[in-house]
Design a protein around this ligand. Structure first.
Ligand code: HEC
Length: 193
């Protein structure tokens, strides 16, 4: 091996490694931040929901959810530098509708849950343009059945239909996949959409 080949090996190897490391470091960071953002969105929505249910009951809680859910998601999106929200295969708010790729991820989540996944499944992918998407499954809890279950009280059903005439988000049982948290990272230099 002559001196030049040796030098090339030494210079090429660390450079390649650096690029690989920084890509991985960014992915790790985005994954960690995505998990935090999703957890925070879940906590804030649950806290808002519980307060509304405890104060006024489920009919008024529909009003609260319809007014509060998106400002909470917007504030957390600004904090995270990524778009943080919720989606589902069957949505209540059409603004939460998934694209085809998110639909496929949730179909896989549903299969994992049906197969007995011990924890809510999650998904993270970085696209060739450097944008990335995180998703984690939202599993239906007993608390959710009042508004997303199979037997919705008539007064509540009227309130839901008033806000969401195209509601698809009923008929779920405890343990079902209700939807997913979704965190969208822009490509470098791109704006959050
Ligand atoms: C008081 C009624 C009520 C309860 C209880 C409730 N939700 Fe909802 N849920 C709503 C409303 C209203 C929306 C639409 C919010 C919006 O406009 O973004 C919604 C939307 C959602 C969405 C976003 C996707 C979509 O369908 O638009 C998910 C996911 C969700 N709920 C999961 C849950 C889970 C999980 C629980 C239990 C922890 C729960 N909900 C409890 C009323 C409720």
């Amino acid at each position: 091996m002559d001196a030049i080949t040796l030098m090339k090996r030494f210079t090429l190897f660390p450079m390649g490694l650096l690029v690989a490391l920084s890509a991985t470091a960014q992915e790790d960071e985005r994954l960690a931040l995505s998990r935090d953002a999703a957890a925070q969105l879940g906590q804030e929505l649950t806290a808002t929901l519980l307060t509304a249910l405890g104060t006024d009951g489920p009919v008024e809680a529909i009003d609260v959810c319809s007014v509060e859910a998106s400002p909470i998601a917007e504030r957390l999106s600004e904090q995270a530098g990524a778009r943080v929200g919720r989606t589902a295969l069957r949505v209540r708010n059409p603004e939460n509708a998934p694209d085809d790729a998110a639909r496929e991820v949730m179909a896989a989540f549903a299969r994992d849950l049906a197969a007995g996944a011990p924890a809510p499944p999650e998904h993270f992918e970085t696209r060739p343009d450097g944008s990335a998407r995180y998703m984690s499954a939202i599993v239906l809890q007993p608390l959710c059945v009042t508004c997303h279950g199979s037997e919705i009280a008539p007064e509540l059903a009227t309130a839901i239909a008033g806000h969401y005439p195209a509601d698809q988000a009923t008929g779920f049982a405890v343990g079902d996949l209700r939807g997913a948290f979704i965190v969208e990272w822009p490509a470098p230099g791109a704006q959050i959409q």
